[in-house]
Design a protein around this ligand. Sequence first.
Ligand code: M6R
Length: 611
Amino acid sequence: MCGIVGAVAERSITPILVEGLKRLEYRGYDSAGVAVFTQSGQLQRCRRVGKVAELAQALAGEPLNGHLGIAHTRWATHGAPSERNAHPHFSGEELAVVHNGIIENHEELRSRLQGLGYVFSSDTDTETIVHLLQHKLQQLGDLAAALKAAIPELHGAYGLAVISAKQPDRILAARSGSPLVIGLGLGENFLASDQLALRQVTDRFMYLEEGDIAEIRRDSVQIWDASGQSVQREQVQYHEGAEAADKGAYRHFMLKEIHEQPKVVQRTLEGRLGTDHVLVQAFGPQAEELFAKVRNVQIVACGTSYHAGMVARYWLEGLAGIPCQVEVASEFRYRKVVVQPDTLFVSISQSGETADTLAALRNAKELGYLASLAICNVGISSLVRESDLTLLTQAGPEIGVASTKAFTTQLVGLMLLTLSLGQVRGTLEAGVAPELVEELRRLPTRLGEALAMDKTVEKIAELFAEKHHTLFLGRGAQYPVAMEGALKLKEISYIHAEAYPAGELKHGPLALVDSDMPVVTVAPNNELLEKLKSNLQEVAARGGQLIVFADQQAGMSNGAGTHVVNMPHIHDALAPILYTLPLQLLSYYVAVFKGTDVDQPRNLAKSVTVE
Ligand code: M6R
């Protein structure tokens, strides 16, 4: 998704802008550009389709040196990926704008501005912003005043930054629905859509809130809130996750993030477990009182986070006896929903900025839910700010577009929710909470043991190098794990993969099974194991190639066309967390064999902040 970087400094800012864009590459983009107020007293820009490296190369050939600039990585929404649609967009030679988000009334603005004589050179919604600002600037003469006057005319979501050749000592920024953070330096200041972009230059940050407008100069920052009042925003010193933008010894961020899971699961549990129970206050001061009233749970999320919600449904109903519905946010937000009394609305999101999930939460607030809870990895995200209760996962920044550690920490958060609701409502069977709390404490060690199979899984991945289709099977709470395994394989290896509950095989998908169709299965040792084994017989009998990740006590062994990988034994309730790991490794190694762009798969963005 799009990324913004800006800088105003005494030193040359172009290297800072380019490095910032590189740090935002993980979000996914199709083109990149910078605009700099150069030493010749002009606004000049350089834009390229493709990677930031190509932009950097172009800038090496024709340097843009200056002390004020803005930069952008674009993920196309209005207009194809092309140089003319790449940001920054200019109005004449005076103003440059970069923008994340969508201006919904861009067509009406465009025709109005064209009527006023402005000539458009791109197909983007963003270009309407820069001409509108120019129009206001001509009337008002001051950039901050122009931005304040333009904002009420912009409908939609935006984080934007603007610079002017006539006032070349400042960056103006505005936030509505798309995050922005100011990086504070000594005699220099910065702006970005994600603080990761600025970790190279500062560790002090100020997060803009919804409706804020900021004027950023070398030695001052002024912020006005949505009502136009001058406000101070808290300065935050950032320590955590400095290492996250670095691959270390790993070949890809995804592999690094897979291997971080024991550590981040441990962190997600820290401070949340009592001796034999979950500390319900982990969900916030009002949690205990609210949870006591919960009679139903509605979960809404997208992609991998939706799969986490699907697992949670088995837990909430199976362990805590609480009815639960789970729906993808893009459907929920447009459906007429019947809300059961005393239903807790739970949204799950790594980023906390996913447009559909946020919209679903905003709709839910109008629908009479008891309260809203966000399970999220980003404490300063919109989802967190707009929810009544929050449980922050502690995965640290996730750079690989394919979500890994965010998923397993979400599952941990959802298990904590299940136990908390069950404790408060008194619906857990005796002994369940103490037993699972003990198992949760052991979980990081179990995850470490599963990751020790890295090389075994790498070997198995070779079987997929020439395949075009794969089936993933699971039963019970392992069905969503199979769905997540299939999503991972599709995302990064581009192999078509589908997940089925194993019992559905004979109702259709069995017709696809032959020696060209590997079938991947997760088989913990539970009451469904014998049924699963019969399903696998059906595959073997048709010459299908089976890859089974099975509990070491499941009594399964290699046979003709069947590869069994023994997994550490684990409590059945936590098996979805453990069995996710080999599927992540499998996708990773298949993608490496195929030579795809593992961390930035084609057509995908890390944070989907548009609909
Ligand atoms: O940030 P979110 O968790 O809300 O993102 C939701 C999905 O876009 C995300 O999980 C996506 O499916 C990932 N690429 C999966 O690997």
